[in-house]
Design a protein around this ligand. Structure first.
Ligand SMILES: Cc1cc2nc3c(=O)[nH]c(=O)nc-3n(C[C@H](O)[C@H](O)[C@H](O)COP(=O)(O)OP(=O)(O)OC[C@H]3O[C@@H](n4cnc5c(N)ncnc54)[C@H](O)[C@@H]3O)c2cc1C
Length: 359
């Protein structure tokens, strides 16, 4: 039975470990993160699976890879021990009166990039039926039905429980550049065995993998998480804005995560007062019930981006680097990890997005 050594237990590391164990392989996981995953970008993320609205501002390939993940997520989630909150009502895109030009620009680009059937224009009456509380402040919306949203914290919790039972999982110091010598030192130090005990090493360190991926850059994102008993939105919502669009992702029990900002920076420090105010004003502008919401958390993290903002699998002389998920970890993970599993199983004919990889 093959034995894989995975380095990094964030979104990609833990999902890969779970899939490989389910496929019958042995997995050892080394990461500087704690077992809840609180050091990883995937722990902070809004975790929207948005193949259509993301493709509008990125490139058409985002839709193709994202739709593959959108199809895989319900199946993957159904294989977990307990239910993970999965909102599958789609995304509503709205703009305030003063930002209508942004909405028109988004609509023009959507017409160019997407199929007519990918979204529906809703007038006030149609919006009132679909998301009544949003229609109190907006008179039109674009509805992208085939988009979803996962509760990342519940997902992480489920994967933690599974991996604690089925993987050999150790917390390490920060791991530097990976090469055959360093991997041997690592396995001797933490596992008291030779690197030869492992068939393949998989580097899933996200932002922490720069020593092995020179082009990798960090892109800061900020989120606020609130509990808002007076707000009952069931869709994900994108609020158009001239500087950057805001996105609101629903969570169970009237909790919401609102995020924004794509700042080219590896700064992971807390939010400034100005960013916090901008996020909170955006919230309040969506629904007056957010005024009484309780702030549960404000957080910032960095997404790992390659120059084309697309993910990659790269073969090295000691294993594979799986990285570059940028703002699309949830959107791309199932599609890319499925390909990785086929690659490791020697089923190269079943790899769907081979053009992205250097394997
Ligand atoms: C604010 C924000 C919002 C986001 N929203 C979405 C969204 O709505 N939809 C979506 O699809 N994506 C979203 N993302 C992107 C998504 O979170 C990332 O693409 C994804 O988490 C990348 O996964 P990863 O496993 O490569 O990195 P991470 O999740 O960051 O995990 C890396 C892991 O490796 C460990 N590690 C790092 N360096 C080392 C080292 N040197 N030694 C040992 N261990 C190390 C870390 O501790 C961590 O556990 C968002 C990201 C942010 C920051």
């Amino acid at each position: 039975m093959s034995h894989y050594l995975i380095i990094g237990s964030g979104l990609i590391g833990r999902l890969t470990a779970w899939r490989l164990i389910r496929a019958g392989y042995q997995v050892t996981l080394l990461s500087k993160d704690d077992k809840t995953g609180s050091d990883s970008a995937g722990f902070v993320a809004a975790s929207m699976v948005a193949p259509l609205t993301e493709a509008v501002t990125a490139e058409p390939l985002v839709k193709t890879i994202g739709m593959r993940s959108y199809q895989l997520w319900p199946k993957w989630l159904s294989e977990l021990e307990a239910r993970v909150f999965y909102q599958n009502e789609g995304t509503l895109v709205v703009a305030h009166q003063g930002d209508k030009a942004e909405m028109e620009r988004f609509d023009r680009r959507a017409k160019h990039v997407l199929a007519d059937s990918d979204y529906v224009q809703l007038d006030k009456a149609a919006l009132s039926l679909r998301e009544p509380e949003l229609a109190e402040r907006f008179d039109q919306a674009m509805w992208f039905e085939k988009e979803s949203c996962i509760d990342n914290r519940q997902l992480y919790q489920q994967l933690t429980s599974f991996l604690e039972l089925h993987a050999n999982w150790l917390i390490t110091d920060e791991i530097g550049e990976l090469n055959s010598t360093e991997i041997e030192k690592l396995t001797q130090r933490y596992l008291q065995c030779s690197a030869e005990s492992f068939d393949v090493v998989l580097d899933c360190r996200g932002n922490g993998g720069k020593a092995n991926l020179a082009e990798l850059r960090s892109v800061r994102g900020e989120v606020i998480r609130v509990s808002a008993p007076e707000v009952n939105f069931k869709h994900a919502i994108r609020l158009m804005h001239p500087r950057y669009p805001f996105y609101l992702a629903p969570r169970p029990n009237n909790e919401y995560v609102l995020g924004a900002t794509v700042i080219e920076s590896d700064d992971r420090s807390q939010l400034t007062v100005r960013s916090g105010l901008e996020l909170m004003s955006a919230l309040y502008s969506l629904h007056k019930g957010f005024a009484e919401a309780r702030i549960l958390e404000m957080a910032a993290h960095c997404r790992p981006g390659l120059p084309d903002n697309l993910p990659t699998i790269r073969r090295t002389d000691w294993g594979y680097v799986i990285n570059g998920f940028y703002r699309h970890g949830y959107l791309f993970a199932p599609a890319v990890i499925d390909d990785l599993c086929h690659l490791l199983a020697g089923q190269s004919g079943q790899i769907q997005f081979g053009a992205l990889y250097d394997i």
